[in-house]
Design a binder for this molecule. Structure first.
Ligand code: ADP
Ligand code: ADP
Length: 228
């Protein structure tokens, strides 16, 4: 079954330039797809259309076969991790992770919120840090709290927009391993945007290469690696 289906997706900005040009892609349930390409090729635009932060000019976007082109972000059941994650400095780690659930008006009991935050924090090895404030955490711990905010939604799919680009090389390597482990453990469908070659070749099941808004190829990391 397809979790996310893109069919002839086009995005034209005001001046008529197609930032995303006729992209079609079927993402299977549980699949980890990496979206790569040079700066300006349309990666963020594509991701923002999937999550619903950007209107689609033409084409069809489906989640579990449901046409979602006109659905609001909150009705798409997706969790996005941004590049510039902002934690609330006055809130504890627990409250930072719980925050998106508290926004969802009245839907979840305190017990359910507590259980979800604990599941996320165990997975991310943040159990011992739940009462601390962001200022007292390391960079890697802060990044994990940001991921916790996405995990806690227990959403249909994860969307990552270059989540590691502001970290130093050592931490990037560490977080790469953690993201791979997290995705395998949860088995959640994931679309991950990066311009980092190592991430592209090590993280995903498939790599989709975008150039000037056009999908050039979609292949396994291994077959890309073996290309001349
Ligand atoms: P990437 O994420 O691959 O760096 P983007 O999706 O940010 O690429 O941008 C793709 C193209 O769309 C670029 O040519 C960019 O200049 C253009 N673009 C992005 N956002 C806007 C906007 N709000 N208005 C007009 N053009 C935009
Ligand atoms: P509200 O629903 O109170 O207006 P927001 O404006 O913060 O809250 O968010 C609107 C909706 O967008 C949220 O209910 C949520 O489902 C969705 N949303 C917000 N942030 C994200 C995110 N990082 N990833 C996915 N969906 C999000």
């Amino acid at each position: 079954m397809s979790a996310i289906t893109l069919k002839n997706i086009v995005k034209e900005y005001g001046d008529g330039y197609a930032a995303v040009n006729d992209v079609s892609l079927d993402i299977a349930d549980g699949e980890f797809v990496i979206l790569v390409g040079p700066s300006g090729c349309g990666k963020s635009t594509l991701l923002r259309m999937i999550v619903g932060l950007e209107d689609i000019t033409s084409g069809e976007l489906r989640i579990d076969d449901d046409l979602v082109n006109d659905k609001a972000p909150r009705d798409r059941d997706l969790a996005m991790v941004f590049q510039n994650y902002a934690l609330y400095p006055h809130l504890t780690v627990f409250e930072n992770i719980a925050f998106p659930l508290r926004l969802t008006k009245g839907a979840l009991s305190d017990d359910e919120i507590d259980a979800r935050v604990r599941r996320a924090s165990t997975l991310l090895e943040l159990d011992e840090h739940l009462d601390r404030k962001p200022a007292n955490l390391s960079g890697g711990q802060r990044q994990r709290v940001a991921m916790g905010r996405a995990i806690v939604r227990e959403a249909r799919a994860f969307l990552f927009d270059e989540p590691l680009s502001n970290l130093d090389a050592k931490l990037r390597g560490q977080m790469r391993t953690e993201i791979a482990r997290m995705q395998r453990t949860l088995g959640t469908t994931t679309v991950y945007v990066t311009h980092d070659q190592t991430e592209a070749l090590t993280l995903g099941d498939r790599v989709a290469v975008l150039r000037r808004g056009v999908l050039q190829q979609v292949a396994s990391p291994r077959s890309l690696y073996e290309q001349p």
